[in-house]
Design a protein around this ligand. Structure first.
Ligand SMILES: [Zn+2]
Length: 227
């Protein structure tokens, strides 16, 4: 396995979108990163999350190995179990040749915290007590969102949590929001890197990277965030 560390990615800021730009060589230092999952407004009726494709290859021996820690800074149970199972799921980023491994001394950390603490962790960007973010080596998830999802989310809570983990960790792996409209084909699964917390707009809720996202991420040309 290949371990890529000491890399810095350029990322979008507050829920901005745009085509995947900034393609750069894997070992190139760039600017710090932050990306947000937004939230607010109206709620359509629940629908069933789409089934994932039938077969998924496991991470290959040449997979890029990314070590992460898990921290729970509030009174939510089972956060670590959900994170670990999501990031090791064969439907997730390992399809793109990443091996995401929990390790006590990892350079990356995924944190669940109350909104005020998430706001601090995400500085200098504003998360308004609502959003989650990826900021450098930190993925900070808003505990309120973890408990209740958002009104716009049409899937169940367990699926929302998987989406949140995969979306924000996707930013850590250099992935960006897709260009608008983030639901180009209503009735089809949303891209995991689209802002599903607020912009499903007729797409089906989806917690896993779609084939096009797997193909993009598998190029391994987008630098990871700084450890
Ligand atoms: Zn995002």
């Amino acid at each position: 396995m290949t371990y890529i560390g000491h890399l810095i990615s350029r990322a979008g800021t507050t829920c901005t979108t745009g085509p995947q730009s900034g393609v750069s060589q894997a070992m190139r230092w760039m600017v710090a990163a932050l990306t947000l999952v937004a939230g607010c407004s109206v709620s359509p009726p629940p629908v069933t999350a789409p089934s994932p494709p039938a077969a998924f290859p496991s991470a290959s021996p040449s997979a890029v190995r990314v070590l992460y820690r898990v921290e729970v800074r509030t009174d939510v149970a089972d956060f670590e179990a959900v994170v670990v199972s999501t990031l090791s799921d064969p439907r997730g980023w390992q399809r793109a040749g990443f091996s995401l491994v929990r390790s006590a001394d990892a350079p990356y950390v995924i944190v669940l915290a109350e909104p005020d603490e998430v706001d601090r962790l995400c500085l200098p960007y504003d998360t308004f007590g609502l959003y989650s973010c990826q900021n450098g080596p930190v993925v900070a998830l808003n505990a309120d969102r973890w408990r209740t999802a958002t009104p716009e989310w049409t899937g169940d809570l367990a699926t929302y949590r998987q989406m949140l983990v995969n979306h924000e960790f996707g930013h850590l792996l250099g992935q960006r929001h897709p260009p608008r409209p983030q639901c180009p084909v209503p009735g089809e699964p949303a891209l995991v890197m689209s802002q599903q917390s607020t912009e499903l707009n007729g797409c089906l809720p989806n917690p896993w990277p779609l084939p096009v996202e797997v193909t993009r991420a598998a190029q391994h040309d987008l630098p990871l965030s700084p450890p």
